[in-house]
Design a protein around this ligand. Structure first.
Ligand SMILES: [Zn+2]
Ligand SMILES: [Zn+2]
Length: 146
């Protein structure tokens, strides 16, 4: 049963420099926001939002490099621009794609937070921080004197 709030497939995306492009042709098997320390370090971001697909439903052009971050997982990235791409489990015929790499990053909605025990205290809503639709109208502070 497809997750009904998602845009329909196909889902296209790729890395920042364009050397790697992918297409997923079927509904996602599930989309999650992972707050684990490994995803955070690997993506250099507060958390990783990713969607899983059947391996047979994802194809890509271009060459990725990959690094084995744990016994069961390879993490792919673009060797040219460094964008983090696929998550390839060694023990299942699935592959994950970071939602942020989709051409339409809002096409798939995360269904749950996972590993919240490792979440940064400010990375889990709700919060009451100011929100701006685009860039902040407030300038950055100047460095302290001397
Ligand atoms: Zn790239
Ligand atoms: Zn994780």
């Amino acid at each position: 049963m497809p997750y009904t709030r998602n845009a329909p497939p196909p889902y296209r995306g790729g890395c920042l420099c364009g050397a790697v492009r992918y297409c997923a042709t079927a509904p996602t098997l599930g989309a999650r926001i992972c707050h684990c320390t490994t995803c955070r370090a690997a993506t250099a971001a507060p958390f990783l939002a990713q969607a899983q697909f059947a391996r047979r439903d994802l194809s890509w052009q271009g060459t990725t490099a990959r690094w084995r971050s744990s016994e069961r997982l390879y993490r792919h990235f673009c060797p040219r621009c460094g964008t983090r791409l696929f998550l390839e489990p060694r023990d299942a015929p699935r592959i994950g794609i970071p939602l942020a790499t989709l051409d339409d990053p809002a096409a798939i909605r995360p269904e749950m937070h996972v590993w919240t025990c490792e979440a940064l205290p400010w990375a889990l809503g709700p919060d009451d921080l100011p929100r701006f639709a685009q860039a902040s109208p407030l300038p950055y502070r100047s460095p302290a004197e001397g």
